[in-house]
Design a protein around this ligand. Sequence first.
Ligand code: ATP
Ligand code: MN
Length: 457
Amino acid sequence: MKQRINVVLREQPVEQKIVVQGWIRTRRDTGGFSFLEVNDGSCLANLQIIAEKTLENYDSEIKHLTTGCSVIVTGIAKESPAKGQNVEMHAEKVEVVGWAEPETYPLQKKRHSFEFLREMSHLRPRTNALGGVARVRSRLSYAIHQFFNERGFAQVHTPIITTSDCEGAGEMFQVTTVGKDGSRPKSDAEEFFGKRAGLTVSGQLQAEVYALALGNVYTFGPTFRAENSNTSRHLSEFWMIEPEMAFCDLSCNMQVATEMLKYVLSDVLENCAEDMALFDKFIEKGLVAKLKSVIDKDFVHLTYTEAVDELLAADKKFEFPVEWGIDLQSEHERYLSEELYKCPLIVTDYPASIKPFYMRVNDDGKTVAAMDILVPGIGEIVGGSQREERYEVLEKRMIEAGIEPEEYEWYLDLRKYGSVPHAGYGLGFERLVQFVTGMANIREVIPFPRTPGSAPC
Ligand code: ATP
Ligand code: MN
């Protein structure tokens, strides 16, 4: 019976015939047999397989197996006398499916640096750390869908190609056509869509449309930003989760975001314990305890104005000087979450002048109902707000921001017909995976990273 190794290792060691398929991690020979460590990607652990000399291809093949070779093994799963594993397998047949030339196969047994592995995105998921990241990433995605579905949110697929530059969240990639002869449109009117189009920087505006019809919705899709920022927290292509809720204000928004973070952290600690233990040991010491404390503790809430006061009072020199009205830089965010409070915090009510036109203006006329969640090690992980639901105020904010209201008639219409208070946020999926795995660089938590100057595979 075909079995995945995670199931074999989890099950009670009863003697039964199984078939496993995977890749050799190591081979070790002793007098009468060889130990084969096989990994099939279902979990971090390898299955130890004992291949006796008496197997018909022992001398011709088994003795030549090296790291990276693929095999199908039939045999009996048994209780293991060895320490640290409860099951081992006694091979009856070892079929070599694909060889891996040891002189050139780059993933030898020693540990490789993440920079080195980045140069082979086609092989790096076969390492313990990157395989673990892939499993944790997948589980986090599942947990997010589960969280929203349990609460009656509908998933909305917002467009990837867009003709509205939402919020000017960053530089956009343009989408255009190239004829067989290399010709390109000579004017905006000649463009494929009759006007300029680009890759989406956020699905929020479209999500608002559906929130004002379905109540609670979320998007989970690819997002593109052509900003030339080569940092450990920015990608040119990343995935974003954007819930949008009707009849919801800023405090309801904060509550959903907090519950979501705690929910997915609990889920992954429970369901990816083995991979999480690896990250705790080799990537970030104390990671699991840190995540547990995020689950248990209340997040600190403070306003932007209070945050600025804290920064001004800090006994620390920042590269970017602090004064009321500046956009918080990553060094400020990290000081607050990492050094001062040592836990996630929610900063609200930012100056209107540094936030996009759609955020709801507060009664003071100076600030908007925005909220960012900052976490230790990363800084901003969630950015959200209550949206401006008042027609006149929104129109005025658009004009001030240099946006033609006619261009966004559909968006203004939502404030004309059955407008309601509504709110939402954007969670950068890779920033979440980074936070959960402890990976220092965002390039390690997406399978095929796209950054300025680099897009392999
Ligand atoms: P930052 O100031 O960190 O660049 P931002 O203010 O541009 O973030 P938003 O426009 O609010 O971010 O986007 C919502 C979320 O998307 C952010 O909280 C972050 O988690 C994530 N995010 C934004 N830009 C990137 C990027 N280039 N790569 C990966 N994730 C990103
Ligand atoms: Mn940004």
